[in-house]
Design a protein around this ligand. Structure first.
Ligand code: ZN
Length: 416
């Protein structure tokens, strides 16, 4: 396989995005030199970047590959068959790559779609980013992912939902084992409600402590990480105390929970932009008023929580939770912009939430997440200075190349 030489580029290298200009040499998918070429080989393939910027491939820590044109829970679970949801997930995986996302964590799917899409991408059957999937969201009856009034299924569990309802610690443990058998990389658990579920708001607690503890214990025994959806103060406290690998959303973080997060190395995945966008533009984009109103009620508190966590040294990862009508797939880079505007991060700190912080969380920082010699060449080449203005990351017209594993897979110049 010939080497690829990227020439005349501006490379944001290492965890601190130190600027290096010149050439990057890629051999067999990995970066072998940065700055100077180590001599020409006759079959080298050289690409002139004409002064464009090169950053690590973007990473979305809170993705649902099945979400497409979603306005409410009905759209996720009932409007589409499992077959249609699978097609959506394949379509979205391709879109994410086009948008510069080379790695995503899928934090909840119907059936076992996230796992199957990961496997199909790994086999080379379909195009898409690296995927670390969870399965169905472990929830309680009346909890996060129990979206429909009791009369609809006459109290029976809907088998094709985004969530699986567990009752008691034994069922919780059994479901963790079942999902591991089916190939998940993560366990997603709904500890509290959400503004997106009109039947179980953010402040309501879903799983009992015994059930959540059982999930954590089984996951620890099996060595699988846990993403805990926790919005209420009690849910956040429990997830922080029990040491879930991530807290998703974290609307009501307080001093007590933040010190446990630091103590137990818990990462926060706030999805602040998507939640904020519910309040700001959801109404005009067809999101039901009850969902818009819940997010209007919680946005200021949510922002305060993310600031508290960030200032206390909690690692933060950017997650899109995208695929809704007001926040389409691939929109996760808006999260990095929000961290600068609302949370007070520098653009460097914020770019880390889209790259290195996610790679560390997913345990793949040795391979990807920064531009360094020895790492896999997952890269985005864009015109302009992304650290000067992170909103450039969302501009499709500036995205010249996307590289996955040293191969050009997307970008405006890739089409020429
Ligand atoms: Zn989500």
């Amino acid at each position: 396989m010939p080497r690829m030489i990227l020439n005349h580029g501006r490379y944001f290298t290492g965890e601190n995005f130190e600027l290096v200009e010149g050439a990057v040499v890629i051999d067999d998918g990995r970066i072998v030199s940065i700055g100077v070429k180590d001599g020409d080989r006759p079959d080298d393939v050289e690409i002139d970047l004409k002064g464009a910027s090169v950053i690590p491939g973007l990473m979305d820590a809170h993705c649902h590959l099945i979400y497409r044109d979603v306005a409410d829970p009905y759209d996720i679970e009932l409007r589409k068959s499992i077959a249609e949801a699978t097609i959506d997930a394949v379509f979205n995986a391709s879109t994410l790559l086009d948008c510069g996302f080379t790695t995503v964590r899928d934090v909840g799917s119907r059936g076992n779609i996230g796992v199957e899409v990961r496997n199909a991408i790994n086999r080379g059957d379909v195009r898409g980013p690296r995927v670390q999937p969870a399965g169905r969201i472990l929830s309680a009856p009346g909890g996060l992912a129990d979206f429909h009034p009791s009369h609809i299924f006459e109290g029976r569990q809907y088998p094709y939902g985004l969530g699986v309802q567990v009752v008691g610690p034994h069922e919780a443990r059994a479901e963790v084992r079942r999902q591991l058998k089916d190939g998940v990389d993560w366990i997603k658990v709904g500890v509290s409600g959400t503004g997106f579920n009109p039947l179980c708001p953010a402040e309501r607690n879903g799983l009992s402590e015994a059930e959540f503890e059982a999930v954590m214990n089984e996951a620890r025994l099996q060595g699988v990480p846990v993403a805990a959806h926790a919005e209420s103060a009690e849910a956040v406290r429990a997830a922080a105390r029990l040491g879930a690998q991530t807290i998703e959303h974290g609307i009501y973080i307080d001093e007590a929970s933040v010190s446990d997060m630091v103590l137990n190395g818990v990462t926060l995945s706030p999805t602040l932009s998507m939640y904020r966008a519910f309040a700001v533009r959801g109404g005009e984009m067809g999101i039901p008023a009850v969902i818009v109103d819940q997010h209007k009620r919680t946005h200021a508190r949510h922002a305060e929580s993310v600031r508290l966590a960030f200032e206390s040294g909690v690692p933060i990862v950017a997650g899109g939770d995208a695929g809704l009508t007001h926040f389409p797939q691939g929109n996760c880079a808006e999260e990095a912009v929000s961290y600068v505007e609302i949370v007070g991060m520098s653009s460097r700190e914020s770019l880390r939430t889209l790259t290195v912080n996610v790679a560390r969380l997913l345990g793949i920082l040795d391979d990807v997440g920064t531009i360094d010699v020895g790492k896999r060449a997952d890269l985005v080449v864009i015109d302009g200075d992304p650290l000067g203005d992170l909103s450039l990351l969302q501009r499709a017209d500036l995205r010249r190349y996307v590289l996955l594993d040293g191969e050009i897979v997307a970008g405006t110049a890739a089409l020429n």
